[in-house]
Design a protein around this ligand. Structure first.
Ligand SMILES: C[S@@+](CC[C@H](N)C(=O)[O-])C[C@H]1O[C@@H](n2cnc3c(N)ncnc32)[C@H](O)[C@@H]1O
Length: 386
């Protein structure tokens, strides 16, 4: 493909709200129905996601070779309906944020697809790539578009909306990708904020893994969301199309609070409790605060995929997650991902103080923190079966 600047456009196919029934059938465009909509920090300043997402970037780099191998082995162009004058190959990245990591993922996929295609179709016109970048409607798409790689090897389009429902026409995508995104839940499970429920999670802000009722509530929500995600993508992918998912998860048999992610969330809660003591925030607000995040294990995903008739599992693996080399880099990562959640629950004015407390507290507990178990990135490669 010639090296040139290609155009991009931002659109959604149909901007209509749909009922839950339609959403589960995965039948129509689904722009935004998610109760939780917390974009990563936008722009490219000091606290932005684009400058503080090295953990996610390292995971993408670690799977590059595996993704290439699967594409060489499993992608069959004859079954993908790529024909005629256009020869267009469609890729979608779900939960793209402001872009830098999404570009790495997409470029790896393009490189692998071209390698395979060029070896088999020397006399055919080259492929053209159309790449769709999806995220919530209030994601900073402008930063993504401004930072598109140059020269650009693909045509780009933004697709706003909740990925737990349909966002593309039937059988219109050839490869679907999503990294570090599907562990964000569409909502905080009702039970964990309900004072009369045995699952009331008043002493934590996430699913530590130790309270059965809390685990059940979080895990049920995650399964519901994943079913919606998979069923929607099943409609949108052509038969034979591939899906690559990278999910920040837990090693089998390990509770979240025993890991670095859990330790980060515990430090965050501890800062909020300190701020209650100083009269800076309200105690009831802290008790009602829960992160809309769930880190699954490989086993949980396997069970979930067994009951999904649309996909065959081509690969499921876990890779150790990157460990931050300093308190500062860890704090900046947490801030870039969590500041909007804190902002929406407690108000914008406390965000900066929370992360000042955070850096101090993490620093004071760094030895304990380092000794926690590593999280994993679960790599899931699926093929759309008949
Ligand atoms: C941690 S970022 C990952 C960004 C990028 N994929 C990477 O690997 O660095 C998670 C992204 O998923 C998006 N996201 C979470 N839930 C979503 C949903 N239901 N629909 C669309 N995007 C969602 C968030 O807005 C956020 O931009």
């Amino acid at each position: 493909m010639p090296l040139r600047k290609l155009p991009f456009l931002a659109y959604s196919y149909t901007q209509i709200n749909f009922s839950q029934g339609q959403r589960e059938m995965g039948s129509k465009a689904h722009v935004s129905n998610s109760e939780c909509c917390y974009p990563m920090s936008g722009g490219d300043g000091l606290h932005s996601y684009s400058r503080n997402s090295i953990l996610q970037k390292k995971a993408l780099e670690a799977v590059e070779e595996l993704v290439n191998t699967i594409i060489q082995d499993k992608l069959e162009f004859n079954n993908l309906n790529i024909s005629g004058i256009s020869n267009t190959f469609h890729i979608a990245d779900f939960g793209c944020s402001t872009g830098p990591n999404s570009f790495i993922a997409v470029q790896n996929i393009i490189k692998a697809v071209e390698l395979k295609y060029n070896s088999l179709h020397q006399n055919d016109p080259p492929l053209e790539f159309h790449v769709f970048f999806n995220d919530h409607i209030n994601n900073d798409f402008n930063t993504l578009f401004r930072k598109l790689p140059s020269p650009q090897e693909f045509f780009a389009a933004g697709v706003p909306g909740d990925f737990h429902g349909r966002l593309f026409p039937k059988a219109s995508l050839h490869i679907v990708h999503s990294s570090s995104s599907v562990h964000w839940l569409s909502k905080i499970p009702d039970e964990v904020t309900n004072v009369s429920s045995p699952a009331w999670n008043k002493d934590s802000i996430y699913c530590t893994g130790f309270l059965n009722e809390v685990v059940a509530a979080y895990s049920t929500e995650f399964q519901k969301d994943m079913d919606n995600f998979l069923n929607s993508r099943a409609q949108e992918l052509v038969v034979g199309g591939l899906m690559v998912l990278l999910i920040p998860g837990l090693p089998d048999g390990v509770h979240c609070s025993e890991t670095h992610f859990g330790a980060n969330y515990d430090v965050l809660r501890s800062c909020l409790v300190d701020m209650v003591k100083l009269g800076l925030i309200n105690e009831e607000k802290v008790k009602a605060f829960n992160l809309p995040i769930y880190h699954p294990t490989t086993k949980e995903l396997e069970v979930l995929l067994e009951r999904n008739a649309y996909f065959s599992v081509e690969r499921i693996e876990s890779l150790p997650a990157y460990l931050f080399p300093s308190v500062q880099s860890n704090t900046s990562f947490m801030r870039a991902a969590m500041e909007e959640v804190i902002n929406q629950h407690f108000g914008k004015e406390i965000v900066h103080s929370v992360f000042e407390f955070y850096a101090k507290k993490l620093s004071a507990n760094y030895i304990d923190y380092i000794q926690k178990q590593r999280n994993v990135f679960i790599v899931l490669i699926l093929k759309r079966s008949t």
